[in-house]
Design a protein around this ligand. Structure first.
Ligand SMILES: Cc1ncc(C[n+]2csc(CCOP(=O)(O)OP(=O)(O)O)c2C)c(N)n1
Ligand SMILES: [Mg+2]
Length: 769
């Protein structure tokens, strides 16, 4: 890192001021100047931006290198846009259209913004933690020889102080400590204000301890240079200042110099008389706002001093709304300056009316060359890189042999076979699981490919010759990243690994496993991963009440409904091993396809007799969401429509009923998600052209007067909507109550997803014609 020269500090200060102006102006323009025809508030966060313009100026124009990646606090998005505007990489159009359709996004978005955004943010806490997992992925790629040292970087998160209440941050640093994570800078904009008010006092000493005990260096940037020397010169004043509560400090910042004077006089009397005499009100206000996060010299020195790879938490004291009329006011989170206040700010910054968008407006003749020079030298990426998918060949994946198999066991078998066969795909698979590696059947794969750790971890049990089915030694060639039980971490790991192509130029094929009910535990992180278009395969098993004696707390009911409403994630639920093999092949293909998506496989531990196939014609249907396992007759009055683990019940009922119900068909559903998407897409409301969808083609084999008995080991709504496609009547079977423990026969009977229930439902539907 080059030592900054004084002129750089001056230029950085100027840039700080320009960022404060441009971010405030962008938000002001969207709210007060741009035409609005719906009357909706546009919004934006001028105070949250002003809080960290100095931090971001020091970071982007001094500290960051070309490989460094940053997650920006969501409500500081306009500052990031202003940075790229100064660099010439953001357009005025996009800023004028901030929060408008196609304009700069409210919160930084990897996929929607046109500037380089390293990580999307929005749901606070997740953007912070994903940087840790990205750093782990960087180490993984380096260890596997896929990333040169010269291409490595640091991962930076810019964090609001209230954001530190999000528990997922602590789950992440605990996991990070286990993996010896490094090259992280997390910078807290410690303005002591949240959305509602001022934040809880004195929590920071505890945050320090938590981070330190996880191996982090904590650097507190409390005072700027001027304030530091004033307080060093007067111990009573320093003691007094340090015992002010968050709310008192914020209130004084808002009230300004006269209030500081009155408070100091009242509390310190003679002890501060000399100090007060030397400072007029304006000088007092200016001095007490000289906190570490606003002092360029302090920031630059702190960043320069942290050039090793130790994960570092910077706590930079700031004032929310610094330099704006509502600085420090507890209600300023969504506060917007009114036109009069904005005009006053404009004047004070030397910006001429009508020249508000000029990048360096108000920068005087002497200062301008230094600023231009610094902008020129900025090392950050200016252009959005095209997304990287690569072209890893996906071999055809055969179904594992075996007359009776569960889909979960077949999954383990397929991975084992892939591992043994070797090849590019197998080498790029990275598996991860939150302490359910063995119980989700990843064990054989891990025995083959090993656990990943940067430094070797011996398998003590193996060394002691204690018999175990599971090898548990780790080294830097391993391909399985074992996580603690924190499902949010699993999804953030999948998010980071699923973006490896974009972030590092090498696409990995991440596979994460967990129990189906615990998807809900990490749901926001899963949504976050999908929102960024990370690509991965999520394998959820066991699922449903089919796990039997495992019991109610582990039974999953609604994940198919979650998947139905989750963009970027394709749900497949196979009944048979050959369907699973086809789905895994498709999932790998989708990871590498720019127009692809992630896949969620809902698997089961129930071992079922496999089906005999006459040919491969089922396959295309299975990949599109469903196929006729037993074709309906021309005169069909009804069909059984079944998904996943309950297929044996459906087949048995079909056998039993087919004599009595003419033309009875059995439709195997493999993805309600794909069927539903195809159906709505085919409405042609968006595309303009009407083509019947796969589900319409399937169901049109039955007359509109016929009925469907739908059955799944999940919420019945996963399939009951099928009746809406062609207006066929539906008798929906599924699980609608929390389950109990029991054997399958008892459970299926109690929750009415057994053969008898199908027979009864079929009778009801036929009688109700
Ligand atoms: C998970 C989640 N919950 C709630 C919000 C709404 N929200 C946005 S910012 C914010 C508080 C911000 O305070 P802080 O992190 O201190 O940032 P500051 O604006 O003070 O810099 C909240 C609650 C959110 N974005 N994400
Ligand atoms: Mg805050």
């Amino acid at each position: 890192m080059l030592k900054p020269v004084t002129t750089d500090i001056d230029a950085l200060r100027t840039i700080d001021e320009r960022l404060r102006w441009l971010s405030a102006w962008t938000i002001h323009h969207a709210n007060h100047i741009r035409e609005s025809d719906d009357g909706l508030k546009v919004g934006g966060h001028q105070a949250s931006c002003a809080s960290m313009t100095a931090i971001m100026a020091a970071l982007y124009f001094h500290a960051l290198g070309p490989n460094d990646r940053v997650a920006v606090k969501p409500h500081a998005g306009p500052v990031l846009h202003a940075i790229h505007y100064l660099l010439g990489s953001q357009s005025r159009d996009a800023l004028e259209n901030f929060r408008g359709f196609g304009g700069a996004q409210s919160y930084p978005s990897r996929t929607k913004d046109k500037i380089p955004v390293d990580f999307s943010t929005g749901s606070v806490g997740l953007g912070v933690a994903v940087t840790l997992f990205a750093s782990l992925v960087q180490d993984y790629l380096t260890a596997h020889g896929w990333l040169d040292d010269a291409d490595r970087g640091r991962f930076v998160a810019l964090i609001g102080d209230a954001e530190l209440d999000e528990g997922n941050i602590y789950e992440a640093i605990i996991e990070g400590a286990k993996h010896d994570v490094r090259n992280l800078w997390w910078i807290v904009d410690y303005n002591r204000q949240s959305l509602d008010a001022t934040s809880a006092d004195r929590m920071f000493e505890r945050f320090d301890e938590i981070f330190r005990s996880c191996g982090w260096r904590v650097v507190e940037l409390r005072y700027g240079k001027r304030l530091q020397s004033a307080l060093d010169a007067n111990k009573a004043l320093k003691d007094w200042f340090e015992q002010l509560s968050n709310a008192q400090l914020s209130a004084l910042h808002y009230q300004g110099g006269a209030a500081w004077r009155a408070r100091i006089e009242a509390d310190l009397g003679k002890k501060a008389a000399g100090f007060l005499k030397e400072h007029d009100d304006a000088a007092l206000a200016s001095l007490f706002t000289d906190l570490g996060g606003h002092c360029m010299q302090t920031l630059v020195e702190a960043f320069d001093a942290a050039q090793d790879d130790v994960p570092t938490l910077f706590i930079a004291w700031t004032i929310k709304g610094f330099g704006l009329p509502f600085a420090g006011h507890k209600d300023n989170h969504a506060g917007l300056m009114n036109p009069t206040q904005m005009a006053a700010l404009r004047e004070s910054m030397g910006v001429r009316e009508g020249h508000e968008w000029e990048p360096l407006e108000g920068v005087g003749g002497d200062a301008r060359p230094g600023v231009e020079n610094l902008l020129e030298r900025s090392r950050i990426a200016r252009d959005k890189r095209s997304r990287a998918f690569g072209s890893v060949g996906v071999p055809s994946i055969p179904a594992p042999a075996g007359e009776e198999q569960s889909t979960q066991a077949a999954f383990g078998r397929i991975l084992l076979d892939l591992s043994k066969a070797g090849g590019d795909l197998a080498d790029r698979i990275v598996t991860t699981s939150p302490d359910v590696t063995v119980s989700t059947n990843l064990g054989a794969w891990v025995n083959q490919r090993g656990l990943f750790r940067r430094s070797d971890m011996p398998d003590v049990f193996a060394q002691a010759k204690i018999a175990s089915a599971q090898k548990w030694g780790a080294n830097n060639n391993g391909q399985h990243i074992e996580l603690g039980i924190a499902e949010s971490n699993l999804f953030l790991m999948l998010a980071a690994a699923g973006l490896s192509g974009d972030l590092f130029g090498t696409r990995l094929f991440p596979i994460g496993t967990l129990y189906d009910p615990f998807i809900a535990r990490g749901l926001d992180a899963l949504n976050y991963a999908c929102y960024q278009d990370a690509r991965f395969l999520l394998v959820a098993t066991p699922s449903g009440i089919t796990l039997g004696p495992e019991g109610g707390a582990h039974q999953s009911i609604n994940p198919p409904l979650i998947a139905l409403g989750q963009p970027g994630l394709r749900h497949y639920e196979p009944a048979y091993a050959d369907e699973l093999a086809a789905m895994m092949e498709e999932a790998f293909r989708l990871i590498g396809d720019p127009a692809g998506e992630s896949t969620y496989l809902r698997l089961s531990t129930r071992s079922i007799r496999q089906i005999e196939r006459l040919d491969g014609s089922w396959r295309e249907g299975a990949l599109n969401g469903g196929y006729w396992l037993r074709e309906p007759g021309a005169d069909a009055e009804a069909a059984i429509v079944a998904m996943g683990a309950v297929m044996p019940e459906a087949l048995a009922a079909w056998e039993e009923l087919r004599e009595d119900v003419p033309g009875l068909g059995l439709l195997a559903i493999t993805s309600p998600d794909l069927l539903h998407r195809g159906w709505t897409a085919a409405q042609g409301r968006w595309a303009g052209e009407r083509k019947p969808s796969h589900v319409e083609q399937l169901l049109s084999r039955l007359s509109a007067r016929s009925g469907l008995v739908t059955i799944a080991d999940s919420a019945p709504a996963a399939l009951s909507w099928l009746g809406g496609v062609l207006g066929q009547r539906v008798a929906p079977l599924g699980v609608e109550k929390f389950g109990q423990t029991g054997n399958l026969a008892d459970l299926y009977a109690a929750y009415r997803i057994d053969g008898e229930a199908i027979t009864e439902a079929a009778a009801e539907i036929l009688l109700s014609v």
